[in-house]
Design a protein around this ligand. Structure first.
Ligand SMILES: Cc1cc2nc3c(=O)[nH]c(=O)nc-3n(C[C@H](O)[C@H](O)[C@H](O)COP(=O)(O)OP(=O)(O)OC[C@H]3O[C@@H](n4cnc5c(N)ncnc54)[C@H](O)[C@@H]3O)c2cc1C
Length: 512
């Protein structure tokens, strides 16, 4: 259907144009004089006053969390985008100060396992050197097993000819590394310590005066820029608004992106624990109520991410420290069921038909994780859910990170997907600039959406499948899971492609 163009005479020689359901089309514009379109003096004056009085940006990043900062960092380090004028809006005080981490303090319980793909992105953007100046823990081995004792899988970076499977880093270290990186670059960024409250860049959402015509300020911004209003009363204008404002995204809500998702009725209890020896491996055991992961974080510390029912999480958050440590050791050892045998039924293993061209790690024996001796931080509880925005892009608005998708933390992929979004969006913006496109045009932003939606939905489906498969304690299903463990352990092509996929490569974990 063709849009109807409304031309309204507002003063002698001055007309306003409007397309219903779309942006108002900017300034009080032209008067037809004979056959020539002559730009009115009014327009020039209004434009002049608009640019003098308002804060205009190429990009407004709403949300300066890890993903928003990764986008800023990538824009700052790319020749075609480093000239852009960027606003970062977030009231988080971490954006206003440089992080001071004392070596003697135990690690923060909020950590992320970053994949080799994320490490490469950080290196390309110049941020990884700041991570390496702080505490971080590479790991090259991982063991996954379940409480039934029917199977286990050991992964080793050598299986895919890599040095590491990933690196565990405190979120505050990742965040401050990205911040340091952009602070040390020649990049026109302004940080607004505030929150987005409203946005008028969406079809039909431009504010109007009582007579239905756009307000004067609105007219100045129409069509070319989105207008953002912040909680401290500041107004900004931007060609592109990036919603990097997390799972409860205000940008997503204001731009009316619909979502699909559900709660898992599970909470994650996270904390830092201490051992007597250094832990160099990542460990994950599936228990009847959800997985428990023990991740190395450097020195003699590990991080626990333990999924359980909301009732159990309330109990485990408030129980005495010694009882909690006892529960953790129980969950990572003989609790709920026996250790899996290295070879299930001796040489007549019922799964022996699965063995083909085994990787070097396939013959490694099952190991018990290092004992936890102390709780070294507060315990924090997070409710878990899956959420996906049906669209990531519309005119002048785009979503990245948890604003676009929230996943179960069982494979530590959430922020890695977000970093993938940030770097893909930065590349698409650079491509747009290279050919002279408007960076807020939906056709350009849809290239980003097409690339990332496929990657994110695939990962979400895999994680959701895992979550469901391991939530049921049912004989035949337990056997199937055991087959899956053995398949993942002994079938080399499958094992290699699982490791590659979890490392951030785009290929699906199939025989490819
Ligand atoms: C228990 C747990 C463990 C996890 N472990 C891992 C892991 O090992 N590996 C991994 O990859 N992922 C992990 N994740 C997921 C990961 O933490 C998230 O994916 C990640 O934090 C999302 O980053 P983000 O920047 O998109 O959003 P957020 O971290 O939520 O940041 C959003 C930012 O937006 C700001 N904001 C919000 N509203 C507004 C507004 N109106 N105006 C301005 N600013 C606003 C907030 O202040 C915040 O700074 C885990 C998650 C949980 C719950």
């Amino acid at each position: 259907m063709m849009n109807r163009l409304i031309v309204k005479r507002v003063a002698a020689n001055t007309y306003r144009l409007k397309v219903p359901g779309k942006f108002y089309y900017s300034e009080a514009v032209t008067k037809v004089t004979g056959s020539n379109h002559v730009q009115s003096i009014n327009e020039q004056k209004e434009k002049q006053s608009f640019s003098n009085n308002t804060q205009q940006y190429d990009i407004a990043i709403v949300g300066g969390g890890m993903v928003g900062m990764a986008l800023a960092c990538s824009l700052a380090s790319t020749p075609l985008t480093k000239q852009l004028k960027v606003a970062i809006i977030d009231s988080n005080p971490a954006l206003g100060s440089t992080l001071c981490i004392k070596k003697e303090d135990p690690p923060d319980p909020r950590v992320s396992t970053v994949t080799p793909a994320t490490i490469s992105f950080f290196k390309d953007a110049g941020a990884w050197k700041y991570v390496e100046q702080n505490r971080h823990a590479y790991f090259d081995k991982m063991q996954v097993w379940d409480y039934t004792g029917l199977g286990y899988t050991r992964y080793n970076a050598r299986d895919i000819h890599k040095e590491v499977l990933g690196c565990v880093v405190e979120n505050k270290v990742l965040h401050s590394s990205l911040l340091s990186c952009i602070q040390n670059m020649d990049f026109q960024k302004t940080i607004y310590p505030s929150r987005l409250t409203s946005m008028t860049s969406h079809p039909g959402s431009a504010s109007t005066m009582a007579d239905g015509t756009p307000s004067r300020t609105e007219l100045s911004a129409q069509g070319h820029l989105a207008k953002l209003e912040l909680s401290d009363g500041t107004n900004l204008y931007a060609k592109l608004v990036v919603g990097a404002d997390g799972a409860k995204s205000r940008v997503r809500e204001l731009a009316e992106f619909r979502t699909t998702g559900w709660n898992y009725s599970q909470n994650a209890v996270i904390c830092t624990v201490e051992h007597t020896v250094e832990n160099h491996s990542a460990w994950q055991r599936f228990l009847p109520a959800g997985p428990i992961a023990l991740l190395p974080v450097g020195d003699k510390f590990s991080n626990i991410v333990w999924t359980m029912s909301p009732e159990e999480s309330t109990k485990r958050k408030s129980m005495g420290e010694d009882d909690f440590v006892k529960d953790v050791n129980h969950a990572l050892d003989y609790g709920y069921g026996p250790h899996p045998k290295s070879s299930l039924f001796g040489n007549s293993d019922m799964f022996s038909w699965l063995r083909m061209d085994t990787t070097s790690s396939a013959n490694l024996c099952f190991e018990v994780p290092p004992k936890v001796v102390n709780l070294a931080s507060q315990r924090m509880v997070f409710p878990l859910s899956l959420l996906h925005a049906n669209d990531y892009a519309s005119r002048r608005v785009v979503l990245i990170g948890d604003a676009a998708h929230t996943v179960h933390p069982l494979a530590g992929q959430g922020v890695n997907l977000g970093f993938g979004d940030a770097f893909a969006l930065s590349r698409v913006i650079a491509e747009g600039i290279a050919v002279g496109n408007d960076i807020g045009e939906v056709q350009l932003l849809q290239k980003y959406e097409a690339e990332r939606k496929l990657a994110n939905i695939t990962m979400m489906a895999v994680l959701d499948g895992f979550q469901k498969a391991y939530s049921v304690d049912f004989g035949p299903l337990n056997i199937l899971r055991a087959v899956a463990f053995h398949g993942a352990n002994y079938i080399s092509p499958l094992k290699r492609s699982i490791i590659s996929y979890a490392s951030g490569e785009q290929r699906l974990p199939l025989f490819t």
